[in-house]
Design a protein around this ligand. Sequence first.
Ligand SMILES: Cc1cc2nc3c(=O)[nH]c(=O)nc-3n(C[C@H](O)[C@H](O)[C@H](O)COP(=O)(O)O)c2cc1C
Length: 183
Amino acid sequence: MTKNILFIVGSQRQGSFNGQMAKIAESYLEGKVNVNYLDFSKVPVFNQDLETPVLPEIAQVRQAVLDADAIWIFSPVYNFSIPGPVKNLLDWLSRAMDLSETRGPSAINEKLVTVSSVANGGHDKLFAIYEDLLPFIRTTVVEPFTASRVNDSAWADGKLVLTDEVAAELKTQADALLNAIEA
Ligand SMILES: Cc1cc2nc3c(=O)[nH]c(=O)nc-3n(C[C@H](O)[C@H](O)[C@H](O)COP(=O)(O)O)c2cc1C
């Protein structure tokens, strides 16, 4: 059966450079797996009071994650860290689905997760944070991660252009993820 990779683009901005990187990554996976993009725009700011009953917005993102064989996060760097909306999503996904057993499985439990990022700098710090966070929420990290700077012309015309070197790294990352899910 065809495997599923769920893309999480950590910027909801129209024209997002991380979204553009996701499209390039998607082209490397074409014909090998199904790629779906997670819409997490309606996920509220985490609040334990909102956990039960399960909100439809949370049920929807949980189901998308449960249906995925692997997750690929495309993350901007915000203030040398994970953008708040992505961290908020991961906080929700880290919670047990059955709160009567708080250490029980979450939707993201044991998922294979990899990360790429487009930003001006700060990738090393960002990736180190993901490398700490992802095992802590009981996911399995798939490396390598790929970092790209925003090319100078992109600030004028809005078009991300990867260097040949970064494009090759992204392809290697795609292959590593395919290997990990044995697609
Ligand atoms: C709140 C905020 C904080 C940012 N902090 C950093 C940073 O620490 N390092 C960096 O390289 N870029 C930083 N940026 C710039 C973004 O990484 C850059 O604009 C990137 O293109 C955003 O991703 P997107 O194009 O996918 O929206 C920041 C942007 C915002 C909005």
